[in-house]
Design a protein around this ligand. Structure first.
Ligand code: GLV
Ligand code: MN
Ligand code: MN
Length: 439
């Protein structure tokens, strides 16, 4: 195997076989389909059919209990780290140069079943497949469930991995607050997790030699090319900006139009400007969340707060788009007598996944290509979606596998991947893990 030494990690020692602990299971661990069914009912809203698995809520606790059960059913050692990430270990983590796979189990509001869970379920299934092949691990191995990847509750994505990687300070994390005014530390404490222990965890990351996250594709590139599985090249730079338009509350029936200072008008014009700027630049820009005060049908609003999510292939383009939207918003606000504040709430620079690991994975997936045509083609593609893998990539050699999404729909209850494509994803992940972690 021709992987470079682990980034900042412990140099690999002589290889020895790692024996799984005595599996607690009396029988075979749950199959992919059984795991999928078990998870399927957790946090699903009966009305929308979408998932509402927000960080440190009951649904999150249930997902975490499920993860621990899966770990124990396979004789893995379960560990909850200081930042709320769960790990299931095979072998001694302190030996270093570990191979880690996994994803997240939380969701966006009314999210689909696949974004996150596909990576976690596939990780357990890939381990089962490897054991069926009698794969013998020569490096420590772990499956991880990163906490609060979507940021649906506290507004910041990838909180668990950002904290571990030192990309979110303890002070910043302590200031995160949900829509009900509950702070992140309060939410953690209510869920039984000690918030005083959160913070950078460089020692843990230094023991990882490679992290591979499998994820459902959130676009149609694989489908259009006729491929089941692809490898990630890069993640677009992306961020979230809060636009606060402040005007004056007033009576909807008696206030003359000319006398109004209605922030909804500048907000609406800004939404259109965002679309225009993104289109011009070949980028994307979305106002997907808005809150209005006082939020009465018969009142001119006093405050409209909209959150912009914008992403582009490169930093310069993203800067141009966001600057253009902000300038337009300031013009509209001035025209309507509105006070505007713009706050950047989060930002993730472009991520270029490590070439050596990516190339190694392409090689591992293509190795049987001569006999199996479909596996010869291993497309390498970029994505506009954020991932824990992107956060970790600053500290650890990191790669991603994508599984075909025939509609491209994601962050929606309609998100879907076909069962045979998921099975191809599991086999690809098993091939990669075998190549990286086994003799
Ligand atoms: C996470 O899925 C994101 O890209 O926002
Ligand atoms: Mn997502
Ligand atoms: Mn995801």
């Amino acid at each position: 195997m021709s992987l470079p030494p682990p980034g900042g990690g412990t140099a690999p020692g002589p290889r020895r076989e790692i024996r799984p602990q005595e599996a607690r299971a009396d029988a075979a661990p749950p199959s992919f389909q059984e795991m999928w069914r078990q998870l399927g009912s957790i946090g699903r809203h009966p009305g929308s059919g979408g998932y509402r698995r927000y960080a440190w809520t009951g649904a999150d606790t249930d997902c975490r209990a499920w993860f621990q059960e899966q770990a124990e059913a396979r004789g893995l050692v379960h560990e909850l780290d200081r930042n709320g990430n769960q790990w299931a270990w095979l072998g001694d983590p302190s030996a270093g140069d570990a191979v880690v796979t996994g994803s997240h189990l939380d969701s966006v509001p009314d999210g689909g079943a696949f974004d996150g869970p596909l990576g976690v379920v596939s990780s357990f299934a890939a381990l089962d497949e490897l054991r069926g092949r009698d794969g013998r691990f020569t490096r420590p191995f772990a499956i991880v469930n990163f906490g609060d990847e979507e940021g649906a509750r506290f507004g910041l994505a990838c909180v668990g991995s950002r904290l571990a990687a030192g990309q979110l300070t303890v002070e910043q994390a302590h200031r995160l607050t949900d829509a009900d005014g509950t702070t992140l530390p309060q939410a953690m404490a209510a869920a039984g997790h000690d918030p005083d222990t959160i913070g950078p965890d460089p020692g843990r990351l230094a023991r990882i030699g490679a992290f591979v996250e499998l994820h459902v594709e959130q676009g149609r590139a694989l489908d259009l090319a006729g491929d089941r599985v692809g490898v990630a090249s890069a993640i677009w730079p992306h961020g979230r900006w809060r636009f606060d338009f402040r005007g004056e509350a007033n009576h909807a029936g008696t206030t003359r139009l000319v006398d109004r200072r209605d922030p909804m008008l500048s907000y609406a014009e800004t939404v259109l400007a965002a679309r225009r700027e993104a289109q011009l630049a070949g980028a994307v820009a979305t106002f997907g969340k808005v809150s209005v005060e006082p939020n009465g049908v018969n009142a001119v609003p006093s405050l409209v707060r909209g959150w912009l999510d914008s992403r582009a292939e490169d930093q310069a383009t993203l800067d141009t788009v966001v600057r253009g939207i902000e300038e337009a918003a300031r013009g509209y606000a001035d025209a309507h007598g509105i006070h505007l504040d713009v706050v950047r709430e989060s930002f993730t620079p472009v991520v270029e996944f490590e070439h050596a690991l990516r190339d190694e994975i392409v090689r591992l997936l293509g190795k049987e290509g001569e006999e199996r045509d479909a596996r010869l083609r291993v497309p390498v593609l970029g994505t506009g979606a954020g991932h824990d893998a992107g956060i970790l990539s600053a500290s650890v050699p990191t790669a991603m596998l994508f599984v075909r999404n025939p509609t491209g729909v994601s962050h929606s209850p309609a998100e879907y991947a076909a069962e045979d494509d998921c099975a191809a994803g599991v086999t690809a992940l098993a091939d990669v893990l075998e190549g990286l972690a086994c003799t």
